[in-house]
Design a protein around this ligand. Structure first.
Ligand code: NAD
Length: 630
């Protein structure tokens, strides 16, 4: 028989504590909510009522249920109020000495059989537990932010936690409608150990002005389907809390440099920029605690209404591209510079696409559908026929699914000219190169394009791993060369990374941005570093998941669950690796490691072994999971 929990205590009503109170009270459990002062108690009460009022407004909670929920909560200053609860969850700031002091006090105040739990994200539950005389009744119950929404709870057992305490807490999680994973006491547990290196890396990209905050966040949302971008997530977590978590993980987790908090974080915390809770972090919010972002001095003017209007008109009526020449966009130029400069995009009506693979096929479709005249150049008639067939099949699917009329399909196909000769690119306004990922081939092609294309044409490469500057320098016009990194499948994926080399002109970037917008894509601008934004942030995280599995800390299923239910990821890391292909992941990870020389980026040996064994993922029937039996 699992233990009955009729009343619980929550210590600290900040970002997490207030949400944890709501979770318990929603599920019929009485809560004693404790803070340090009346003022802090009031702040906690406001978070709780704000959240429940929003749930009522959204129709997710009946008014009567909200009132019953709030009636279950008693507010108090000081731990003495917790004398008769069955379980306490501590959610005070992430400092070991503070938590140890509170646990020593809880041990004195609470009844002997009460379970004492910490919501710590990174500190040692074992070290917290030894501050009490009942370490066998101390456990980690790690909720995710926002606690009322996120399904996951990590239950952390130490070497001395009793098995029945763990079982009782697991049963309680079920009663709260949560999914629990039980793990041992290691810095960051599952989710944060995989998340915080990524978040810190994103802050580093922002600090070094590699890309804007909006572009970093948009890249991860649109490129990976994440519910929020890393910088917006940092603001939600709270920058002070994130700093402490990183700092502890760095010290406890083997001094991995990727967890050493980026200096900017400390500066922001010192300046009181704590994220949503203080009204300002990476973004500015309507008021402290509000989720609503308001414009500030960093808000880009790239979505100039004039440009947006022009784009909408054009897409709507599919008319000539030349109108696009008018609106000016602000773009960032220069190495590491946040200087804004006005640049006008060049008019683009005719686009050349070189290549005949999966990406070329998708990109041809995207441009033709958006109303551009397309010249497809392949290595021969046979390849052109193959690409034509693939584009036609894809467009037909659009017709069958009701997304495209037959007339629009025919018009799109009619806009494509098929050729096997680069000379046919003499009068295009933009070339998109999407041939094999080999530097020598791309360089030779760009040298030819330089001979053939008229002056002022934008020359773009879709490379995902090669330095764009290398192909740019194969021409006499490096200012006109840019990376346009589409995602697969190009017609479906809403993101394009626009890669600016140290020689790319502001006009070229402006043209790439304007063209991306007419394609219905979000173009994010970044520097010319391995992995650009998305792959540089995504693959090390996947590699870390493999390392965690290799260390036998958890299972593929639990790790996948943790990231999906704790962080809202559409797929767990092993699901995603099996889809992407382990060989592809390994190649990208190697590139990142070679370029950045970051020891933490070294490919996980298990990944290397699986690739050597031919376990490449879904495409070979087996990767981290066996797909032949499903
Ligand atoms: N923020 C997140 O996304 C997140 C997610 C999961 C876990 N956590 C963990 O939850 C814990 C709390 O983090 P947070 O982000 O909610 O912090 P927070 O700063 O938002 O809130 C902490 C609260 O604790 C109160 N407090 C401080 N000392 C106290 C005391 N002696 N007695 C009672 N209350 C006291 C503060 O007044 C404040 O309201 C940390 O251990 C953190 O690592 C945070």
């Amino acid at each position: 028989m699992a233990r009955e929990f009729t009343s619980v205590g929550v210590v600290g009503l900040g970002t997490m504590g207030a949400g944890i109170v709501e979770v318990f009270a929603r599920n019929g459990i009485d809560v004693v909510a404790v803070e340090v002062s009346d003022a802090a108690l009031d702040r906690g009460r406001v978070i709780l009522t704000g959240s429940t009022d929003r749930a009522v407004a959204r129709g997710k909670l009946a008014e009567a249920d909200r009132d019953a929920l709030l009636a279950r909560v008693t507010f108090a200053v000081g731990l003495d109020a917790l004398h008769s609860v069955d379980l306490v969850i501590e959610a005070v700031p992430e400092h070991l000495d503070l938590k140890q002091r509170i646990f020593a006090e809880l041990d004195r105040v609470c009844k002997p059989e009460a379970i004492l739990a910490t919501n710590t994200s990174s500190l040692s539950v074992t070290e917290i537990s030894v501050a009490t005389a009942r370490p066998n009744q101390v456990v980690g119950i790690h909720f995710f932010n926002p606690a009322p929404v996120m399904k996951l709870v990590e239950v952390v057992r130490t070497v001395v936690t009793s098995a029945d305490v763990v079982a009782d807490v697991e049963a309680l999680c079920g009663r709260l409608g949560k999914v629990d994973v039980t793990i041992s006491d290691r810095a960051g547990f599952i989710a944060n150990a995989l998340l915080f290196g990524y978040l810190n890396h994103a802050v580093d990209m922002f600090e070094s002005r590699y890309a804007t905050r909006e572009d970093i966040d948009a890249a991860m949302k649109l490129g990976c389907g994440l519910p929020m971008g890393p910088l917006a997530l940092m603001d939600l977590i709270g920058l002070d809390t994130a700093y402490e978590i990183l700092d502890t993980m760095y010290r406890r987790g083997g001094r991995d440099r990727r967890h050493a908090p980026v200096p900017l974080l400390k500066q922001m915390v010192t300046a009181g920029l704590l994220g949503r809770k203080s009204g300002r972090g990476f973004y500015t919010y309507e008021r402290p605690g509000s989720p609503k972002v308001v414009p500030d001095e960093q808000t880009p003017t790239t979505t100039d209404p004039a440009l947006t209007d022009a784009v909408v008109t054009k897409v709507g009526i599919g008319s000539a591209r030349s109108e696009l020449a008018s609106p000016a966009v602000v773009t960032k130029v220069g190495i590491g510079s946040a200087r804004s400069e006005l640049a006008s995009p060049a008019a683009v009506t005719k686009v050349g696409i070189v290549g005949s693979g999966t990406m070329a096929t998708g990109i041809i479709e995207v441009f033709a559908k958006a109303g551009y005249e397309v010249v497809s150049v392949t290595r021969g008639a046979e390849q052109s026929a193959k690409v034509f067939e693939a584009v036609q099949t894809s467009l037909n699917k659009g017709v069958v699914r009701g997304r495209l009329s037959e007339a629009d399909r025919d018009a799109a196909l009619g806009r494509i000219n098929w050729s096997a000769t680069l000379e046919h690119l003499a009068d295009v306004d933009l070339v998109v190169e999407t041939v094999v990922e080999e530097l020598s081939v791309k360089k030779a092609l760009f040298a030819s394009l330089d001979e053939i294309c008229k002056p002022g044409v934008v020359l773009a490469t879709t490379t995902s791993s090669l330095p764009v500057i290398e192909v740019a320098m194969a021409t006499q016009r490096p200012a006109d060369v840019v990376g346009l990194h589409f995602f697969n499948p190009a017609p479906a994926m809403p993101l394009v990374e626009i890669v600016r080399t140290i020689r790319t002109s502001a006009e070229t970037i402006a043209t790439a941005q304007a063209v991306s917008a007419t394609l219905g894509k979000t173009g994010v601008v970044c520097g010319d570093r391995s992995g650009f934004i998305v792959n540089a942030l995504l693959f090390p995280y996947l590699n870390d998941a493999v390392r965690m599995l290799e260390a036998s800390y958890s299972t593929t299923d639990d790790i996948d669950h943790a990231m999906k239910l704790g962080c809202g990821y559409p797929m767990g890391p092993f699901e995603l690796l099996d889809v992407v292909g382990l060989d592809v992941a390994l190649a990208i990870q190697r590139e990142l490691y070679l370029e950045l020389r970051e020891p933490g980026f070294a490919p996980a040996p298990l990944l290397e072994h699986l690739v050597t064994a031919g376990y490449l993922g879904r495409k070979t029937g087996r990767g981290f999971r066996d797909h032949t039996r499903r």
